[in-house]
Design a protein around this ligand. Sequence first.
Ligand SMILES: [Zn+2]
Ligand SMILES: [Zn+2]
Length: 338
Amino acid sequence: MHPLFLPRLVNGPFEDPVLFVPFQFQRRAVIFDLGDLSRLPPRDLLKISHAFVTHTHMDHFTGFDRLLRCLLGRKMDLHLYGPAGFLSHVEGKLAGYSWDLVDRLRCGLRLHAHEVHPHRMLHRSYIGGDRFAAEGDPTALPFTGRLVSEPAFDVSAAVLQHSIPCLGLTLTERFHVNILKPGLEALGLPPGRWLTRFKNALYEGADPLSTFDIATDAGTSGGRFVLGDLQQQIARITAGQKIAYITDADDGPSNREAMGALAQAADMLFIEAAFLHRERERAAATHHLTAREAGEIAALAGARQFTLFHFSPRYRGREHELVREAREAYEKAKGKRA
Ligand SMILES: [Zn+2]
Ligand SMILES: [Zn+2]
């Protein structure tokens, strides 16, 4: 099986948090947090359609400039999401530069920023070709947990408490389309871009009785099929992938419940572990999780797999202690729940 999402932490666990998630076989990606992006080459930055910023502490937002610089002059839309105060933080970034020569770039970039509150979102767009002037006043939209809803996937968020509001995030594939190689071979069909179109037809719920024309990448016709028949012969539908991303949150009771619910049954949970539990007072004072808490939350959520990041620099060379503490807490909590 080829998973749709290929998430990877861009930096080491002592460096800025950034989770880059390219989509298999597509020139597209989403990104969680905009810490230092210097390790992402322009070809990866150009794939980003949506950026989700947990909060605007510098280590999570300093990469906004690199992303903006790379996309400048491109004709594209970039959707940005962040917690309370986000619109003014984006506007502050945009106000930090002179845009008088941007007209020469024929900048077709449009930014669509969303500020997420517990029950509503404020949305405002900024037009690159107009020196990033805002397009009208912010508009309010209802928010019930979902930030993005596309045929193939959703992105959801929970507003968690850090020292300031901070978004916990999930990316969920609706279902997964596995392409069966023997099925393709039996029909003499070469793999190619048409498979993305085929998958999109399934995600969009196209009528199984409708016809589906195959064009190969070489430009020849691969034939005409009834969509449902083709699906039976070349595809198998399985559960979709769920990825959760939680960082910079304290372990208060309401946060723990919200984190457990958000990451419920995640295939992969990326979760911060800033401190060892014996320094939990320091963790609480700075509103971060300890490794033990991270392991317990992963167990509470029933996450299949978890990866720790955002370690305090005091543990340099002792990463294994954080990993061991979280692993032990995860196993112990899972044992109790079984
Ligand atoms: Zn942080
Ligand atoms: Zn923070």
